[in-house]
Ligand binder design. Structure first.
Ligand code: APR
Length: 244
């Protein structure tokens, strides 16, 4: 990794024809959103998220897993986008077509800040979908209440529209993210530990294709070695300056 001053990185942003941004849980930290491990308090502390965020966990304990996601949805409903989310949305509004925003977050805060076309690699916690292939009788608006809601004809269960451990990422979304990684001149990697693939691989792809890569993270991340520069500061502090 080479080092570069914030002013130099700001100049890279200004020069870039196409900026790809990969965000993770850290960008929502200053909105008070706990990561799913940090959300394990009180009643939920007795369960391991890794055991619940899987299809097998849901099939074994549908009520428990559904209620856990409802609890996390309620936590998120009280959170607001922060200055980092807002700076990304403002940049997109000012320079339409110059930014591709890719997120691993399922919290919807980029969209609530006003970003559009966000590539949500790990789904959206506020969307539901059917657990099993829907039949003609399965319509979300006809699902009957329960924990989880289900089709009153065939019993198919609704599940949160997130990517669980062991599941494939949405194919077209991943493909669009990979294209952006290959086509960008600059990739900002914001608030991710860089430990989960294929998301973290986007930074390697961008670098291999000739883009500059900048990590924004107050703590060391696994992508620091791939980056041309690391800004060791909170996203809500750095992004408004960098993109302003
Ligand atoms: N600004 C920027 N980065 C921050 C901030 C902040 N204010 N606060 C914390 N961070 C950094 C941490 O230092 C850490 O590197 O955010 C990162 C969060 O790491 P993780 O919790 O592992 O989140 P993420 O990398 O998004 O996880 C990827 O793994 O848990 C699964 O599917 C889940 O999408 C998630 C994926």
């Amino acid at each position: 990794m080479q080092s570069a001053s914030p002013d130099t990185i700001k100049a890279w942003v200004q020069q870039a024809r196409h900026v790809a941004v990969l965000t993770g849980a850290g960008i929502s930290a200053e909105s008070g959103v706990p990561t799913f491990r940090d959300a394990q308090t009180g009643y939920w502390a007795q369960f391991r998220p890794e055991d619940m965020a899987t299809e097998a966990g849901f099939r074994a304990h549908p009520q428990r897993v559904w209620d856990w996601y409802q609890y996390r949805r309620e936590l998120l409903a009280g959170a607001l986008p922060n200055a980092g989310h807002m700076a990304l949305a403002a940049f997109q509004q000012q320079f339409p077509g110059r930014i591709t925003l890719i997120t691993q977050n399922v919290d919807g805060l980029h969209q609530r800040a006003g970003s559009t076309g966000v590539l949500c690699l790990h789904g959206d916690i506020f969307e539901d979908r059917w657990l099993d292939m829907p039949r003609n009788c399965c319509h979300v608006e006809h699902a009957v209440a329960g924990h989880p809601p289900h089709c009153d004809r065939c019993g198919n269960l609704l599940r949160p529209g997130v990517v669980w451990f062991g599941e494939a990422l949405p194919f077209r979304t991943l493909e669009a993210a990979q294209q952006a990684a290959k086509a960008c001149d600059l990739m900002l990697v914001v608030g991710t530990a860089g430990a989960v693939y294929p998301a973290a691989g986007l930074a390697h792809q961008a670098r291999a294709a000739g883009a500059r890569v900048v990590v924004v993270n107050p703590a060391p991340s696994e992508l620091d070695g791939t980056a041309h520069a690391v800004l060791s500061a909170p996203a809500a502090q750095v992004l408004p300056t960098l993109l302003g």
